[in-house]
Design a binder for this molecule. Structure first.
Ligand code: PEP
Length: 247
């Protein structure tokens, strides 16, 4: 069985002092590597966190990557630059980027391509809004979002990670039931299987108010290969409980 992946998304939180304390507390609570662990940190803290996690079991991730390789794109950070700082994974297409920064399916697909070209594994986020769920469009929406990435990345698709994050569950305290999540994960799995013979390599994470209390049941679902954790990744004890549930 594949090792699960638990990725913490700090979003725009942290400070030099708070990061050091959080990382040390997480490291202090880890026993022998049970699962893959990553933390998606704000860009200015990549160098600090790279040093803090050196030699341990936690891997470094960014929260975004530019759709451009280099040049006149003020404020952007390229995949190659992230790689220089030891970034192993990058979120792409997080719903907050799609919602507040106008990222389209096409942009997300190019970002995934840029990450892969630099040796970074993109964690491609897909998920429906509440309105889309209530109008019965969940499967169409996530399939459309993933299809764009498959189309742009061809056989490299087996090198990505997918995160199913229902938008209505992110930061709301409202979690998809294990059955609701499993149903969508099965749809994504089938889509990957149709796209590549190596679909089994692709981890499909669940994200959306995952916490210490609900992680075990979610992670027990056959097509849930890990979690993308926002709020709960900012508290060492909660994040550790999720990591321990991912054995
Ligand atoms: C996220 O930011 O990807 C996320 C899932 O957030 P939360 O766990 O807080 O819902």
């Amino acid at each position: 069985m594949k090792k699960k992946l638990i990725a913490g998304n700090w979003k725009m939180n942290g400070s030099l002092e708070a990061n050091a304390s959080l990382v040390r507390s997480i490291q202090g609570g880890l026993d022998a590597a049970q699962c893959h662990i990553a933390i998606c940190v704000p860009t200015p803290y990549l160098a600090q966190v790279k040093d803090l996690i050196a030699g341990g079991n936690i891997e470094l991730a960014s929260q975004d990557v530019s759709a451009h390789a280099y040049g006149a794109y003020t404020g952007e950070v390229s995949a190659q630059m992230l790689r220089e700082f030891g970034v192993r994974y990058s979120l792409v297409g997080h719903s907050e980027r799609r919602q507040y920064h106008g990222e389209t399916d096409a942009t997300v697909a190019i970002k995934a391509q840029c990450a892969l070209a630099a040796g970074i594994t993109p964690i491609v986020c897909v998920g429906e809004t509440l309105e889309e769920r209530e109008s019965g469009r969940t499967e169409d929406v996530v399939r459309r979002q993933l299809a764009a990435v498959i189309h742009a990345n061809g056989h490299c698709i087996s090198e990505i990670v997918v995160a199913y994050e229902p938008v209505w569950a992110i930061g709301t305290g409202r979690t998809a039931t294990p059955e609701q999540a499993q149903q969508v994960h099965a749809v994504l799995r089938a889509q990957l299987q149709a796209a590549t013979v190596h679909a089994e390599r692709v981890s499909i994470l669940y994200g959306g108010s995952m916490n210490a209390a609900n992680a075990e049941q979610l992670l027990a679902q056959v097509d849930i290969d890990g979690g993308l954790v926002g709020g709960a990744s900012l508290k060492a004890q909660d994040f550790l409980a999720i990591i321990h549930a991912a054995r």
